[in-house]
Ligand binder design. Sequence first.
Ligand code: IFM
Length: 463
Amino acid sequence: VSVRFPDDFVFGASTSAYQIEGAWNEGGRGESIWDRFAHTPGKVRDDENGDIACDHYHRWAEDLDLVKRANLSVYRFSTAWPRLFPEGRGARNPAGFDFYDRIVDGCFERGIDPWLCFYHWDLPQVLQDRGGWENRDIVGWYADYAEAVAEHFAPRVKNFILFNEPGVFVELGYHHGIHAPGIATVTAQGAAIHHVNLATAEGLRRVRAVAPAAKIGTVLAVTNYQPASTSEADIAAHALLDAENVLAYGDPLFLGTYPLQLANIVGPFIHDGDMDCIRAEIDFLGVNHYSRMIVEADESGLPRVIDIRDVAPASLMRWEIWPRSLYNVLVRMRDRYGDIPLYVCENGMASINEVMNPEGCRAPDGSIADVDRMTYLHGYLSAAADAMADGVDLRGYMIWTLLDNFEWSLGYVMRFGLIEVDPDTKDRRPKQSFHWYAELAKTRTLPPVVGDLPAGTLPIRPV
Ligand code: IFM
């Protein structure tokens, strides 16, 4: 039975500034924590960085042409805070505003709806020098920034996103130290969690005031964590990881509470009155989802994700490919937080074949025949349709991502794009999944996946 999405369901693509723009020191842009981190030897795989990335800063028109060619009605991008406010606060950088004006106007010229995300991890370094997300003052710094951006781009931009995946930048950047700014303490983790949540609520109020007609949402990374066993230790470890990564942000936003597991971590940073103003009446919730993760307790009882690469289908990220997990998280968000409109704001995969078997997945015309990605997308989109059939108010799907790009501490080896980017010339070449996704966006019906998975690929389990 073919799966058909409703006429008002939107298909789009998501990107983020640091991962594609490049031009890190052009056009008056200030330094971000990702510039500093990536320029520090040993922090990023092969010491790669986003200095040039996909050179989207110069090639943006070509990229928007590709979005149009893919029949997408939505382009989700993020503004780089240090490109707009090189000092983090105070003086604006007119060239930065001009750049995003070109993106927004360029979208309209092509019949694309631009969705603007204020924060996809590239904090101005000057603000990190003052403590970054550990400093409670960041609530005001962020709200001032988001308000200024919203004021400039509304009413042209009709959909704003407050944060992309706070759980990921806090956990990896302030708790485990493997992302910028590279801090690894529980104190930093607790402070950052609470300040991001206060910033979400305050940001919403301030953006709402200057863009009353806009839809304002935020985006959470919602992994489908499952305990490895019914042992008390595994269940507790699972609950802690789920609390740190998912509920730490969803619960304050929708319920005005923190999960019990975080009481000692976040508690010290909560001031009187905070919990009365931490809820935010957002208009939609973005769900970024890639995978299920099975969690066990390590020797000290702390959560550890089991590496399933050798026993289950997985992407190059070692993330399990199990489409049912998307159904699970969409239903969970609805059941826990109520009937708010949902959008999948990221979903996609880094192909093993493209890196380990590059010649084996080239079509005769030289393009990448990414049957694994199309199979992945077919499975996850079918799961999304199942969730809708079960009453989840899912309004759209934005793939991660348009272009092969800078995958943070893993550099350029993880290729999530619908479009291959030549590492030297930066020339763009659509993969077969690009055409597959364009067909879906045009017909709203899931196209069949034609072609065989390269030999040796573990089969993707059905939903
Ligand atoms: O590339 C990232 C993106 O920046 C945030 N969500 C997950 C993607 C893949 O890891």
